[in-house]
Ligand binder design. Structure first.
Ligand code: FES
Length: 76
């Protein structure tokens, strides 16, 4: 079952670096990752916020997002 990343369609575009990382991860793991874009994920105060499955990552950075995804897709 693919790992789900949920982002806010509006807020993520204010942070192109994070959006780029989402796109890079989706391209790197096409079978293992799905990206769901919501109109609002009720995280307007924590931009850019991302959910990976049910885990919430407020004010995520590109390296933080990459690390969180890779930890879940490539267990140590
Ligand atoms: S409009 Fe982006 S989280 Fe609310």
């Amino acid at each position: 079952m693919p790992l789900q990343i949920t982002i806010c369609r509006l807020c993520i575009r204010s942070r192109p670096d994070v959006l780029r990382m989402v796109a890079q991860l989706a391209a790197a793991f096409p079978e293992k990752l799905i990206v769901v874009e919501l109109e609002c994920m009720a995280a307007c105060d924590d931009v850019p916020a991302v959910m990976i499955e049910t885990d919430y990552f407020p004010q995520v950075t590109p390296p933080g997002l990459e690390r969180a995804v890779r930890e879940r897709l490539i267990p140590a």
